[in-house]
Write a protein that binds this ligand. Sequence first.
Ligand code: FAD
Ligand code: PHB
Length: 395
Amino acid sequence: MTTIPKRSRVAIIGGGPAGSLLAFLLHLEGIDSVILELRSRAHVLGRVRAGVIEHGSAEILKQAGLGHRLEAEGFVHDGVQVTFAGDMLRIDFKGLTGRHVVVYGQTELQKDLYEGIDAAGIPLIDEVEGIRVDHVESASPSVSFTHHGETRTIECDFVAGCDGVHGVSRDLIPTGMRRSYERTYPFCWVGLLSETPPVSDELIYASHDRGFALCSMRNEHRSRYYVQGPADTTVAEWPDERFWSELTARLPAGTARSLVTGPSIEKIVTPVRSWVGEPMRHGRLFLAGDAAHIVPPTGAKGLNLAVSDVVYLSRALGDFYSTGSTSGLDAYSGTALARVWKAVRFSWWMTTMLHTFPGSGDDFERRLQIAELEYLFESESARRVMAENYVGLPL
Ligand code: FAD
Ligand code: PHB
């Protein structure tokens, strides 16, 4: 059983990708930290989420020594397909940018991160309840919580809020000192995982009058598919037959014919929304990942932003402990948000171009959408802009 320290330089709330990668990067800088996670390890390791790792994120993981399985088992994708009105267009990442993405499930990445953490001896305390953070405006904050019925307190120099969309950290910034920006789209995604071979070697983003669809994968035998559904839908409304028939209807005929269907092994409904909270710092509290911002899944950016945030934060903390300089920490929020907003823009652009907007009754919007897709199909410059953003802007 992991010993709970009484003191740690950095207390990290949340053991998802942001929290666990931050702990590992800090360890490489020689900075000790402790991770406090609400759920059990098994729960965190069982979550099925992202699948696309940007070129730069993959490089960070490799440089940190966490990339062995990603390199051996991840799939390098040099492009994606976009379909519209029965036509298929390839966005050639490699040709347009010289870079690629890696398809590697977040579930696998989380496993690699926890293995790295355990090997490094970083304390990961799971099943913590009632987290309470005090004195972030002072030089000696503390975090208190209940663990298996006992109340504990950890004194620290800094608190990293990496507790995702439902966490408590973001509310630690006083209301008068923060601002949030939000867009909720009038639809959601229904996702299905199946033990079937992927329909295509590359991801397919499909625009169709019936709604958006996405064909993704985890490996040669396991596929991940999504269809756009109504905003208030539930998993119960999507029995496998309905899902498969809706997906088939939204793909070009040739692709639909080669689609192998099978029983779902997991199914989710996920909202499509953007949320950004500013600033990402208050005193000695620093927010990272989904705790600070959410993006629609269309651009495949959420996990990758969690990576870039913690890279910036670990560098800033590294600087602070090695030189005493706070300039990196002072710049953190601005540096991270500059990259975040570009990912918010790209995710908004992908979402707006590819989904149908129910009930808008606005033919003007639909005409613009068609013009946008046609332009992408016709212009190499447009495709380069998409490719550059999809593989990831520089860190
Ligand atoms: P999380 O993964 O949410 O981790 C936060 C952790 O904090 C959790 O383990 C949680 O249990 C814990 N926690 C919460 N509250 C507390 C508390 N009070 N105390 C302690 N711990 C707490 N991103 C991509 O980049 N590419 C993709 O292809 C992609 N596809 C996606 C598809 C879907 C369907 C979804 C839903 C998301 C997708 N994402 C994608 C987004 C990506 O999964 C998230 O952005 C990523 O998980 C963010 O990591 P995080 O560590 O910030 O947050
Ligand atoms: C996934 O494989 O889960 C996935 C891929 C691309 C996205 C979103 C999700 O844009």
